[in-house]
Design a protein. Sequence first.
Length: 311
Amino acid sequence: MNDLTRLYTHPDCELHEMPRHPERPDRLRSVMSRLTASGIISETSVVLAEEVSDSILSKVHPRTYIESINKSEPDSAVIKVETDTYMSRGSLRASKLAAGACAAATRDVLSGDARRVFCAVRPPGHHAEVAAAMGFCLFNNIALAAELALKDESISRVAIVDFDVHHCNGTVDIFKDRPEVLVCSSFQEHFYPHRYLDFTNPHILNMSLEKDATGDQFRARVETEWLPALENHKPDILFISAGFDAHAEDPLGELRFVESDYGWITSQLISIAERFCQGRIVSTLEGGYNLDALARSVETHMGTLIRDPLA
């Protein structure tokens, strides 16, 4: 077992549920089943997440917004928070466990107890803006993790890499005026969420990909656009919004990635982390809606995090 890699999760992340919705509990079940069957679970430490407190959440979301989400959870029926985002009984616990996993993972990486970690949680978070739920997301898990890292006196700069098929509008909204946070986001062009796609700041790298773009096209642009920016930024810790809906089999996207592309980008980011971040990586699940493709992709991503040699 590799003591410096960890998997953060909790079965109660499955409590968030709306019938026939693509962001469903089976996503997490399929991931955990695959990680168990592949043996990856036995190669790492599994940590049960705890709910994040409202005071910690308020580092990235105003208390009025948090209170509105707290009051929105229904007793029985499912309700819509906005066009694509719902809450059911159990959604509040699931979303606070997801954010809590990322918070705990960041704490443990900064303390030296872990080096590379993955949070197998839901609901996802990268569309949640400062004070708005969007795109299946209630709280911005990765933004919270990055903000908590920046509270540590040893951390001056962080980087967030997001390779979901959808742009990370929420993460950009939170950090758009924070040059110490480099945000690298790839996404399908002319696609949801249609916010911040053309936003220009030196620390926000938006990389749009044409419909049917392949992993080879993605790799070429990462090498010319992301890797030099990451090297120039020299982050002290690296965060990954790991969305797998750019996979060719995903029903919500129209890109053509395969599992090996996720292994490649993970290896590239490990290399950056080893050079600049003392190897420190916190990754969390975002999108991915074909259950089998999602499970295989997470297996590749997590397997690379675990098996790529530690410096």
